[in-house]
Design a protein around this ligand. Structure first.
Ligand code: F6R
Length: 614
């Protein structure tokens, strides 16, 4: 969703800001803009609907000089995508410019009050209220910008990350956050601001993650200062970035999504490293060790997540129930938070999120903590809000995921849950040690199995040509493969815009079977697990109705091979590890279908990588 970049220093801000906006494109957006203070103290604001490249074209031959600037990619919430609604917004007197990520819930009340006092608005956004309010307070109380921002934020209800510049104070950016991420990069006589570290990493490794209700004074020649809304000075916690530029580039692949699919043998190796030890005999997950009592005493686990992470959570349900014999409920964070859930201190809530910033997941965490539950986070982005708002947790360590369609994060989330379940099973004694060792040994071979699975690339690319113009797909699976079916369908929908439904295979006969005909392909995930014979009959049911079947099966499969129209064979792994392997051909299938259709695979329409509004 919206992305913010800011720069103050001796270099030309525009170049750094535009590069930064390109780095933030992956978050999803529909317009972009930049505000710059030039050497004569003039504030220039340029905005354009569409891609950052449109903004660049618009800025050709404009005055883009100046060492201080803020920039933004907007994902529309209040007001359609347009030049006028794009950020930065500026005050009526043209002195202050502001960019914002989040939503101002009480903007209507504030806007009406400002209009009554003579303010004129030009956009339909909630954001413009903030900049007009800041100007109003500054003018009427004759206070410095910092005080005006602080006072304005005290009146605001909602979520925000903002960056503000004032032409009367050209060497400073005021930045603030509440429930939307903001990172400050510390350079040599220059400072950077970003919604995440991607626009910053090229210039500095020293960063400060702003906390909720904090306001930062980011200046060229003065040390960083952070205060809270009560004007008390806050501690500055400088962290070192573990991110490299190469992780943010396509590395020779045509799309980030393909790069990320192909990275999975390495990302899973990173995810396992140091956690599966002694040749697979032992599994150590430090977050679990720190929360041992909580896991041992949990009467129930509730897993909250959204989208692909929710599919990973469903796999977690099978893992925790199978291995640890703890009852598990899996909830969409957006439903959980409004369902008046019954939670208490013996519940253990696990929140899964790649970005660590999903607004609904964050709200669910807060609710669970207020109800006394212990909250454990599983995230990818180091320093993001979810790891900072949970009691303990585990990073999946798969590196930055730039493609909007989640791939390597999904397999990382499943892997981390497997490790957590194994660690708890060992502590609780709910699984025989030999079985745990057997799985541990196979986990160490997973990077190799993934490499083998990726060799299916050419076969799947050819197969995709047959199905590119299908209008509907059905994905079926049972047990551990049911969430994989859901995930396969989601991948296809989001990047190729083909309607696809994931279903538990046996449920098919309670409805979706009516859809089956020769026009609708059915993808059946049928590894050789304890439900194999059951799914064979589901394949027969589809074939009996002239449906076309693409089956993902285990190498050496005999029965389904004779029934299905197309068979994709993956390496044999223990049942609990099958989702990691069977999801890969589905990622490739949706990737190639979307490419064949000429779709923008990395930035599908309407989608955002980091969903920071509810
Ligand atoms: C789908 C996808 C989304 C995310 C969802 C949650 O490919 O990426 O469905 O999984 O928006 O995001 P995180 O995991 O960042 O909380």
């Amino acid at each position: 969703m919206c992305g913010i970049v800011g720069y103050v220093g001796d270099s030309n801000a525009y170049d750094i800001l535009i590069k930064g906006l390109h780095r933030l494109e992956y978050r999803g957006y529909d317009s972009a803009g930049v505000a710059l203070i030039n050497a004569d103290g003039k504030l220039n604001v340029y905005k354009a609907i569409g891609k950052v490249s449109n903004l660049e074209s618009f800025c050709t031959e404009k005055d883009v000089k100046g060492g201080t600037g803020i920039a933004h990619t907007r994902w529309a919430t209040h007001g359609e995508p347009s030049d006028c609604n794009a950020h930065p917004h500026f005050s009526e007197d043209g002195e202050i410019a502001l960019v914002h990520n989040g939503t101002i819930e009480n903007y209507k009340v504030l806007k009406d009050a400002l209009i009554e006092n003579g303010c004129k608005f030009v956009s339909e956004t909630d954001t413009e209220v903030l900049v007009q309010l800041i100007e109003y307070i500054k003018k009427h109380t004759k206070c410095p910008l910092l005080d005006a921002v602080r006072e304005a934020l005290r009146q605001v209800i909602g979520a925000y990350a903002i960056a503000v510049i004032d032409k009367n104070n050209p060497d400073t950016i005021i930045a603030a956050r509440k429930s939307s991420p903001l990172v400050i990069g510390i350079g040599n006589n220059e400072m950077f601001i970003g919604s995440d570290a991607t626009p910053i990493v090229e210039y500095t490794k020293e960063v400060v993650y702003l906390n909720d209700n904090e306001i930062a004074v980011v200046s060229k020649n003065a040390p960083l200062k952070i205060i809270n809304l009560d004007n008390e000075e806050a501690k500055i916690d400088v962290r070192s970035l573990e991110l490299s530029i190469s992780q943010l580039e396509k590395g020779g692949y045509p799309h980030f999504m393909l790069k990320e699919i192909f990275e999975q043998h390495a990302t899973l190796r990173d995810c396992i490293r140091g956690r599966v030890i002694d040749g697979g005999r032992n599994v150590i997950v430090s977050g679990v060790m720190d929360s041992k009592e909580k896991f041992l005493n949990a009467k129930r686990i509730i897993i909250v997540a959204c989208g692909t992470s929710w599919h990973a959570a469903l796999i977690g349900k099978y893992l925790f129930q199978d291995m640890c014999r703890i009852p598990v409920e899996v909830e969409y964070a957006s439903e959980f938070r409004y369902s008046n859930p019954v939670i208490d201190e013996r519940d253990l809530v696990i929140a899964i999120s790649q970005s660590g910033e999903t607004a609904d997941t964050l709200a669910a965490i807060q609710m669970a903590r207020e109800a006394g539950a212990y909250v454990y986070g599983i995230s990818n982005v180091v320093g993001s809000s979810i790891p900072r708002n949970t009691d303990a947790g585990t990073y999946i360590h798969v590196g930055p995921e730039i493609g909007v369609a989640s791939t390597k994060a999904f397999t990382g989330q499943v892997m981390v849950q497997t490790l957590i379940a194994m660690a708890i099973a060992e502590l609780k004694g709910t699984m025989p040690k030999e079985k745990l060792v057997e799985i541990g040994q196979e986990i160490l071979k997973i990077p190799e199995y993934v490499k083998q699975t990726l060799k299916l690339n050419d076969q799947i690319e050819r197969l995709s040509l047959i199905f590119t113009y299908a209008h509907n797909f059905l994905y079926l699976g049972r047990g551990y493969s049911y969430p994989v079916a859901l995930e396969g369908a989601l991948k296809l929908k989001e990047i190729s815009y083909i309607h696809a439904e994931g279903y538990p295979a046996a449920e098919m006969k309670h409805g979706p079977i009516a859809l089956i005909d020769a026009e609708m392909p059915t993808v059946i995930i049928a590894p050789n697990d304890h439900l194999y014979e059951k799914i064979v009959s589901n394949v027969q049911q589809v074939k009996a109705r002239h449906g076309s079947v693409i089956a993902i099966v285990t190498e050496g499969d005999k029965e389904i091979r004779n029934l299905a129209d197309h068979v994709i064979e993956v390496p044999a792994v223990p049942e609990c590890l099958t989702p990691i392997i069977t999801s890969i051909p589905l990622q490739l299938l949706s990737y190639y279908i979307a490419v064949n259709k000429g779709k923008n695979v990395d930035m599908p329409r309407n989608l955002a990588k980091s969903v920071t509004v509810e």
